[in-house]
Design a binder for this molecule. Structure first.
Ligand code: AKG
Ligand code: FE2
Length: 302
């Protein structure tokens, strides 16, 4: 059973007392499993439905239209990843889905088009992106409180953050179209983010608990699924757990919306001194700029 947390409404309006209450509610869960549902997050279900409508419109376009938005290092990996474009990190094939990313870019890298170009097909998605950024900030502050770091610990690393909204489409025939030899549509992984907030229109997401067992994440229209990811786990020296997840072999059309809350470009994430006194560092430092670009280049083959 996945825990469900009731939030005190839209995160942009949380008082420090409310943030503390959220920290009290999620702290134990973050330390044990790192995933949970949230209700009463203040994001209208209608907005989420509008995003699915935008996705349906986009993914029905002919390939040459979609490929105009092709994701590459030059686009800071915003844009479209067609079927067969993203390599699996765990097997020799590709992920069995089409994807689109919108989000922020960094001034430290160049972008050939205006960022608005990539947001053009997705105005409602951009609105959702901003609301999820508020929620990500609030949940991250609650994590920081639970870790004893103070609620604004992460804000210094979030000046021009590279948050991302992923819009994924898993078509009923995509697994066979890419000749997949494995029984899942997206390989098991943890996200390269601080935390991720996800909504799915159909089941398909599986999450791995700390005892190693996988369970299916149910679909609940008015709740969001939250899981912790690499950077929080690394920074906290594993005190907060990143949740491995995958997408099972999908036999019908399925869409997911995942918001990845990310720090600035070029932050070196390493276990914090304050959290490595009892235990030695378990994770190597990771650069949210060069290391992130290297991972994306390796999976997108650019
Ligand atoms: O589609 C999903 O439910 C999960 C996708 C995912 O894990 C990702 O894009 O990182
Ligand atoms: Fe993921």
């Amino acid at each position: 059973m996945i825990p469900q947390i009731r939030l005190p409404g839209p995160a942009a309006g949380w008082t420090s007392k409310e943030r503390q209450a959220v920290a009290d509610d999620i702290g134990d869960i973050c330390r044990r499993e790192g995933f949970f549902f949230v209700r009463d997050h203040g994001i209208p279900v209608g907005l989420i439905q509008d995003v699915y409508a935008e996705m349906r419109t986009f993914y029905r376009l002919p390939s040459d239209e979609k490929n105009k938005y092709d994701a590459a290092e030059e686009s800071q990996f915003l844009g479209y990843r067609g079927l067969g474009r993203e390599r699996s990190r765990t097997h020799s094939g590709t992920e069995a889905c089409e994807q689109f990313r919108i989000g922020n870019v960094t001034g430290e890298l160049t972008l050939p088009e205006s960022v608005d170009f990539y947001h053009e097909p997705f105005p409602k998605s951009l609105e959702l992106f901003h609301r999820l950024t508020d929620l990500g900030d609030g949940l991250l502050a609650a994590c920081a409180i639970d870790l004893g770091l103070g609620d604004d610990f992460f804000t210094g690393y979030l000046n021009t953050p590279l948050h991302r909204l992923g819009l994924n489409y898993y078509g009923a025939s995509h697994l066979s179209d890419v000749g997949s030899k494995v029984n899942y549509a997206m390989s098991p992984h943890i996200d390269l983010s601080l935390l991720t907030i996800l909504h799915q229109d159909e089941p398909g997401l599986d999450v791995r608990s700390s005892d190693g067992s996988w369970s299916e994440v149910p679909t609940e229209p008015d709740t969001l699924f939250v899981f912790l990811a690499d950077y929080v786990q690394r920074w906290s020296n594993g005190r907060h757990r990143a949740a491995p997840h995958r997408v099972s072999a999908v036999r019908q059309d399925r869409m997911s919306i995942q918001y990845k809350h990310r720090p600035d470009y070029g932050v070196v994430v390493a276990p914090l001194d304050a959290l490595t006194q009892a235990e030695p560092p378990k994770y190597a430092p990771l650069d949210t700029g060069s290391d992130y670009v290297a991972v994306l280049k390796s999976i997108l083959g650019t």
